[in-house]
Ligand binder design. Sequence first.
Ligand code: GLN
Length: 196
Amino acid sequence: MKAGVVSVQGAAPEHVRALEAAMAEMGMKGSVITIRKAEELEQASCAIIPGGESTTISKLLLRSGLHDLIVKRAEEGMPVMGTCAGCVLLAKEGDEEVRKTGTKLLGLMDMSVDRNAFGRQRESFEAPLEIEGMDSPFPGVFIRGPVIRKVWGDCRAVARYGDKIIMARQGSMMALSFHPELSGDTRIHRALLEMV
Ligand code: GLN
């Protein structure tokens, strides 16, 4: 089993470490690979799209052919998790900033995102989060994260910060406004691996 982290730009190494820790805790055999080209994604059984700069990541995904392949593999059921900028990219709809920057979304999840919703209020912060299906709060680390403004269809909100949706799930996909790879808590990475 190979778990992949899309590593064209952004916070990929932290996700590699978190997946390795999660695998070890689960006693799962496998390895973690970084994904920069289509051939690498072909080998992966699940993938993480990390935080970073969503416009830059979207350009690099298009240029490398990864954009279309991520869509294809996700539609075939490959588990995918997007955190922060990755959450923006998984959405079907973005806000004015997404449109202005010409960011091409993957459009896989039935949700609309507000790209820098938290950035405009508070740049970075930590907060304990109640997540559906978890019996104790998850330490949420937010860094200029997006807010999920609306979900519809098969997409379900599974965590909120105040009245804002900050985590959603749809089939084997998860989108998070925050950074679980920086929390030292591997429950969300384990949830991704459990879907493989
Ligand atoms: N606001 C950034 C963007 O959408 C995401 C920030 C992050 O991933 N930490 O590009």
